[in-house]
Design a protein around this ligand. Structure first.
Ligand SMILES: C[S@@+](CC[C@H](N)C(=O)[O-])C[C@H]1O[C@@H](n2cnc3c(N)ncnc32)[C@H](O)[C@@H]1O
Length: 258
């Protein structure tokens, strides 16, 4: 075991050796989000993907070099994608200006030192850096906060502010809200805004690392209340309109620094 990393190699604040088993099944790349990332990196040939996990959002339009510290996540990469380099964002094993562009998706909130990690990404990248993440100021606006406050408090605490990300990448970035489709196939919490029943599935919750920070008994209480409100119709009375809403503008953002 490397210092600061679990037996699985996980380097962030979540242990994917424990929670990562069903990740690739529940966290599939959402094509409409993938298109926005590809657009943000347009013109690049070589792309670094940090915290690459099982390979979501790696486009065949680019020559991608994935970096991923967790063995469980590396093992879930499909055979057609390149094998990931076992390294961490904070210490990237590449010379300065190696890549045309870089990306990181749903990862920066887990890094031990997000500023150091993003400075490293900037160091090894000549062109744009795209960061798909959540704005911590907006995380608690989601209806799930009524049911699982500690889960979203945890998310809000973990996500770095957009200012911190922008500063670490050199001080200038475009920030775009990413619309979340109602049938989003990448199962982060807000992806289920119109399908609350999905959050009753333990494997769906396990694939969102914030649930792993809450005691199992408390998580059970949270989901029991949600189940009761779905059975009684109370959830639909308050939020049922979302079932017919094609997109959610929630906390998901794409930060693009050039
Ligand atoms: C929620 S997963 C996202 C995976 C993938 N990017 C995606 O969009 O599905 C977060 C990933 O970040 C990785 N990670 C955590 N800390 C890291 C660090 N310090 N450097 C690089 N990757 C890290 C985890 O091992 C995990 O695979």
């Amino acid at each position: 075991m490397t210092s600061g990393r679990t037996a699985d190699g996980s380097a962030g604040d979540a242990d994917y050796g424990t929670i990562g088993g069903a990740y690739a099944a529940y966290r599939r790349p959402e094509p409409r989000i993938a298109a926005l990332i590809e657009q943000a990196l347009a013109g690049a040939r070589t792309v670094l993907n940090v915290g690459a996990g099982a390979g979501s959002y790696e486009s065949s339009a680019f020559e991608v070099t994935p970096v991923e510290p967790s063995a469980s996540m590396r093992a879930q990469r499909p055979a057609h994608l390149p094998a990931a380099v076992d390294a961490v964002a904070e210490d990237l094993p590449f010379p300065d200006d190696t890549f045309d562009a870089a990306m990181t998706t749903f990862s920066v909130h887990q890094w031990n030192d997000v500023q150091a990690g993003l400075r490293e990404v900037r160091r090894v990248t000549r062109g744009p850096v795209a960061v798909l993440t959540c704005d911590p100021d907006l995380v608690r606006d989601f209806w799930l906060y009524e049911y699982a406050p500690l889960v979203l408090d945890t998310e809000a605490r973990r996500y770095p502010s957009i200012d911190v990300i922008t500063e670490a990448l050199g001080g200038h970035a475009d920030v775009t809200t990413v619309p979340i489709p109602a049938d989003c196939v990448d199962g982060f919490n807000e992806a289920y805004y119109a399908r609350p029943e999905m959050l009753l599935d333990p494997a769906a919750r396990q694939s969102c690392s914030s649930w792993s920070f809450v005691e199992p008994d408390l998580a059970r209480q949270y989901t029991e209340r949600l189940a009761q409100d779905l059975t009684s119709g109370a959830w639909d009375q308050r939020h049922g309109h979302l079932r017919r809403q094609p997109h959610l503008s929630g906390s998901l953002v794409l930060v693009r620094a050039s």
